[in-house]
Design a protein around this ligand. Structure first.
Ligand code: NOJ
Ligand code: CA
Length: 575
């Protein structure tokens, strides 16, 4: 709830300020945008088959415009066998029938533009589905053929090639290689799949692959999209010779294996690909963007968003910093510093379809779940109230930062993860590939509650949703929250409206040292002070006009534990 109180604290904001980032005057809508991720299968099921669809997105877009976001990013809705929830694409230039038709897409685009929303779509260039025509042709063709050269086929090792070509592991568990059977029934070559065996990796050393994706980019640009979120953008090029690797399967750092040395990730050859794509986007004007989904360290990430490459990259180090004050400060300082060095804005993100929602992650005092592994009924359970309260504080802290912010559908409702998901309904390949040891990401993909009094809470009026909505979602339904000025949704509305009004996205950042401690962080963005208190003790705010606080009712001039506030320290600000 927006408050408009002058804090009668004893101390004005004094003390040292450490300037990290000056206000951003460069043109470009994306530099300060709030981009809302729609996960189509869980957004809104208009035709009642239990799965969200594009017509459902069109139907509810006014709610996103009302929230005052700048753009939506749609996770994949392309033709796909749905072995990895659409990240296994069998036709990049068509809509999967479970989501609708190309015509539905065009209607959705028109409605988005009517509402002043831009639309970004997902590009999945590292791999396709094994049902893609190109992979089927490769299977039918002999070793060494141009068809096989679209993918990464290799002979096996060991006696009769029974062993995989190298020791790489799939991100979802198990080996990253699968052996195929030749048309004559004999065991044949192996193909590489960094993800599920149904997701063969493309061979980006082959110019035919480049040509195909340039066609795909143009197809969607011609349909009016404002850009692309590029899936596993760091994986496209593999080190020559595909050398053995002893580090973590996902290429991340582990003892003795720095992530930047992983042979399947972050290879220098990726830059030329992004430069070529940027040139294509530029043909369509200055407003189309590329955003990298890439788990690489900040120094390397900065190279990917140089002026002739991508526009943005997800800031996963920020997401992984959680509520660790020391790490947060380090990541924010480093992000702004290295990205300023190449003239790129930072992005900020707390949740997406691959990690436990932050309202659940922050509900633990000790060790919570590993980000992508989910929470099951047998696991230690998060404290729901604590999680939601801290999520509000963390979101308010994030949305005050200069740069672009990505929101994940449902975070504006404070949704937690779904936990009681029957095993037979779990669909994340991680669950099957690890024999259930890792639950995977279904918990953060549970459908949205729209209207508390309706069947399936308004997600769809027909068949059961593809994953059950937890009972606790009733009181979190959008209509219930819209009616309450102190709800999580109302807080998001107020934050987004104020963020725009105060120009925080294109603002500056200076650490307000006297309000930073081992358990609190404060920065000035222009004349707006953002303070987050994670200490057990209340923190006294400095003198100023209180614009917004993350927990209501607040306790006067004190910031409670797990609370964030925005203050105007020049006496101005929103009235
Ligand atoms: C990252 C996507 O966000 C994730 O959902 C997917 O499983 C992998 N890339 C593979 O495409
Ligand atoms: Ca549907």
């Amino acid at each position: 709830m927006s408050v408009d109180t002058v804090i009668s604290a004893t101390a004005p904001l004094t003390g040292p300020l450490t300037l990290i980032h000056a206000a951003d005057t460069a043109p470009g809508w994306w530099r300060s945008a709030v981009i809302y991720q729609v996960y189509p299968r869980s957004f809104r099921d208009l035709n009642g088959d239990g799965i969200g669809d594009i017509a459902g997105i069109t139907e509810e877009l006014p709610h996103l415009a009302d929230l005052d976001v700048d753009a939506v990013w749609l996770s994949p809705f392309y033709r796909s066998p749905q072995r990895d929830a659409g990240y296994d694409v069998s036709d990049y230039c068509d809509v999967d029938p479970i989501f609708g038709t190309l015509q539905d897409f065009d209607v959705m685009m028109a409605e988005a533009h009517r509402l002043g929303l831009r639309v970004i779509v997902d590009l999945v260039p590292n791999h396709c589905s094994d049902q893609h025509a190109a992979f089927q042709a490769a299977l039918a063709a002999p070793a060494g053929s141009p068809e096989r050269d679209m993918f990464i086929f290799r002979d096996g090792t060991g006696p009769e090639g029974h062993e995989p070509p190298n020791n790489w592991q799939s991100h979802f568990g198990g080996p990253a290689w699968t052996r195929v059977i030749a048309p004559d029934g004999q065991p044949d070559q192996w193909y590489l799949h960094l993800f599920d065996s149904s997701q063969p990796d493309f061979n980006w050393d082959n110019t035919a692959v480049h040509a195909e994706f340039e066609r795909v980019l143009r197809f969607w640009l011609d349909r009016g999209v404002s850009g692309f979120r590029v899936d596993v953008a760091h994986a496209l090029i593999k080190a020559p010779g595909l050398p053995a690797w002893g580090g973590r399967a996902d290429g991340g750092s582990s003892d003795g294996f720095p992530g930047h040395e992983a042979p399947m990730f972050g290879q220098p050859g990726v830059h030329d690909i992004y430069r070529a794509w940027r040139r294509i986007l530029a043909e369509y004007g200055p407003d189309r963007i590329l955003c990298a989904e890439a788990s690489v360290d900040l120094d390397r990430l900065a190279h990917w968003v140089r002026p002739d490459e991508m526009h943005q990259a997800f800031n996963f180090p920020y997401l992984h910093a959680g509520l660790d004050v020391h790490r947060l400060r380090g990541v924010i300082t480093d992000s702004l510093t290295v990205l300023n060095g190449v003239g790129a804005p930072s992005t900020w993100v707390l949740s997406n379809h691959d990690v436990v929602r932050h309202a659940s992650r922050f509900g633990y005092n000790g060790q919570g779940p590993r980000d992508g592994d989910g929470i099951g009924p047998a696991d230690p359970q998060p404290d729901t109230e604590l999680g939601r309260r801290r999520a509000a504080a963390a979101s308010m802290f994030m949305l005050g930062l200069p740069g672009a912010a990505y929101l994940y559908q449902g975070e504006e409702l404070g949704l937690p993860d779904g936990i009681d998901i029957p095993e037979h309904l779990r669909q994340d390949p991680t669950f099957a590939r690890t024999g259930g040891e890792r639950l995977g990401r279904d918990g953060c993909r549970v459908p949205l509650p729209w209207r508390a009094a309706e069947r399936h809470l308004g997600f769809g009026s027909g068949q059961d949703p593809w994953l059950p909505l937890p009972p606790g979602f009733t009181e979190l339904a959008r209509d219930a929250q819209a009616a309450s000025p102190s709800s999580h949704l109302s807080l998001y509305r107020n934050m987004l409206a104020l963020r725009r009004e105060l120009g925080l996205g294109s603002g500056s950042l200076a650490w307000a040292e006297d309000w930073c401690s081992g358990s609190s962080l404060a920065y000035l963005n222009g004349a707006t002070l953002v303070v987050m208190n994670l200490n057990h003790e209340p923190l006294e705010l400095p003198l100023g006009r209180l614009l917004l606080r993350s927990a209501e009712p607040g306790s006067g001039r004190f910031l409670a534990s797990g609370e964030t506030a925005w203050l105007r320290i020049d006496g101005g600000g929103a009235e």
